[in-house]
Design a protein around this ligand. Sequence first.
Ligand code: TXA
Ligand code: MG
Length: 321
Amino acid sequence: MGSGCVITRRLSPDELEVAIELLGDGALVAVPTETVYGLAARADRPDALAAIFTAKGRPAGHPLILHLASADDLGRWAVADERATALAEAFWPGPFTMVLPRTDLVDDTVTGGRDTVGIRVPDHDLTRRLIERGGTALAAPSANRFGAVSPTEADHVLTDLDGRIAAVLDGGASRVGVESTILELLPGRPPTLLRPGGISVVEIEGVLGATVVDGRTGESRAAGMLASHYAPTATVELVESGTSPPARDGDAWIVPSGTPRPDGVRAAQLPADGAGYAAGLYRALRDLDRLGPDRILVVAPTEGDLLDAVADRLAKAAAPR
Ligand code: TXA
Ligand code: MG
C-alpha cells in the first residue's frame, strides 16, 4: 500500500464483502459517507493506519477521525461525559465529530500522540454496515491527496488516489458535501468548535443548553484549520454577492443560482440555499479546476443552512498558498 503500484478497484455496493476482506488484510479502502469520502483503515491495524499518511501525502502527526457503526461503541474508544452522550444521541448518525479524552484502545497513529480522539458515526448505511461487519472502528481522513479538495464522489477519490489504495467503495455522491462539524469536549472546559460543518452551533447549543466557544482563532489544533486547505490548482477569489468584477479570459465562476455573472464565462451554478450549495461545491471546484482556469471566482450563498461551513471552506480555498 502506498507504494504506487497497486491496482485500485472500484467496488459496487454489492461488493461490500470484498471491502471487508481488503480491510481485514490491512489494505486501504476509500468509503462513502454523507459528508465526503473517507480513506479507511481498521483501527486495530497500525501498519494500515500508517499507510494512510503515505497514500495521502499527509504529514505524520495529523490525527484521524474514528468512525463507529453506532453510538453504543463510544465508550470503548473515548471517555464520554453527559454532554457527549446527549450530543451523540441527538446527532449520530450524522455529520458531527466529537474530540474527547481517548481510551487505551486507541492507537497512537490515530491520535498523533494526543490524549484525545475524534469520533463520529457516519450517516451512510453501506459504510455503517462495513464497520459493523468488521467488528472494529475504521479510522478515516478525507480520501483526497493532502491539501486538495475533499472527494464527494468515487471518481474524485480515483483522481487523487488511483494506484495508491486498494479500492474505493462506490456509494454515490455524498449528500452533505462538506466535512463534519468538529466539537472538542474536554473535562472542565467549555464545548469548543474546531470546524463548522453539517451540524450548526445553534443546534449544538440547543442540546447542551450552553454556549459553544469558537476554537478556530488562536493556535491551530485541527489540520482543517490550516490556512490553505481544500484548495484547487487555480487561484480562488471570493466575490461579494451583488458586486461584479470585470470579466477576464481565464476566469471561471461558481455562483448560487439567480446570481448575475458576466456573459460567456465558464461557470458552475449551484443551488441558492446553503445546504444545496454545500452539496455541490467540491464537485464544482474539481470540475472547473480541470478546465485549467487562472482564477475561480466564487460567490457564496446567503440563505439557508450550512452557511458557516461553506464560508469556512471558501475562505480556506481562497487563502494565500
Ligand atoms: O466529515 C468528515 O469529518 C470526514 C469524513 C471522512 O468522516 N473526515 C475528515 O477527516 O474530514 P480529515 O482527517 O480530513 O479531517 C479531520 C480533522 C482534522 O483537521 C484533524 O486535525 C481533526 O479532525 N482531528 C481529528 N482528531 C483530532 C483530535 N484528537 N484533536 C483535534 N483535532 C482532531
Ligand atoms: Mg481532510
